[in-house]
Ligand binder design. Structure first.
Ligand code: ZN
Length: 158
């Protein structure tokens, strides 16, 4: 990582949550037969994520996320999977909006439905790291759009 990129300071509890997801990412194993594959890249930091999605009616049944990059980008992707699996597409889009608002506005009070994702709010004070936190979320949004467009692979660049 380039040295010019500042490292946010997180509260101890939040740091633990982020590092736990970074070291033990959830739902990392790619899905065998995804309906949609979405890939995201953040050239600012070099972060990459790849997601596979399966749907049942309008619900997200399966979701995998793996990649490489800084702890914020990878922890955010892991936390995303836990927040989004089993949700309807509409609810997932709402979470994308809420999360994006939270990490771009330091004054925003994190809504309760974001749960542990609150841990990432600290990046709001570091605009250069916001793209690390939002990469997985915007990639998910692209995946949902891609499904609606009837396509299969979505590419997202922050
Ligand atoms: Zn990053």
């Amino acid at each position: 990582m380039p040295q010019s990129i500042p490292e946010p300071e997180f509260d101890e509890l939040y740091r633990e949550i982020i590092l736990d997801h970074y070291r033990n990412p959830r739902h990392r194993e790619p899905l065998a037969d995804p309906d949609v594959v979405a890939e995201g890249y953040n050239p600012l930091c070099g972060d990459e994520v790849e997601m596979g999605l399966t749907f049942e009616n309008s619900r997200i049944k399966g979701l995998s996320c793996h990649g490489r990059g800084c702890s914020i980008s990878q922890a955010s992707g892991s936390m995303l999977t836990e927040a989004v699996i089993g949700k309807s597409v509409e609810e997932a889009r709402r979470l994308i909006d809420l999360f994006t608002k939270m990490v771009t506005d330091p004054e925003e009070e994190p809504p309760a439905e974001l749960g542990d994702l609150e841990a990432l709010q600290g990046v709001a004070k570091f605009p250069v790291r916001v793209k690390c936190a939002t990469l997985a979320w915007h990639t998910l949004g692209d995946g949902l759009n891609q499904r609606e467009a009837g396509g299969h692979v979505a590419h997202h660049e922050e």
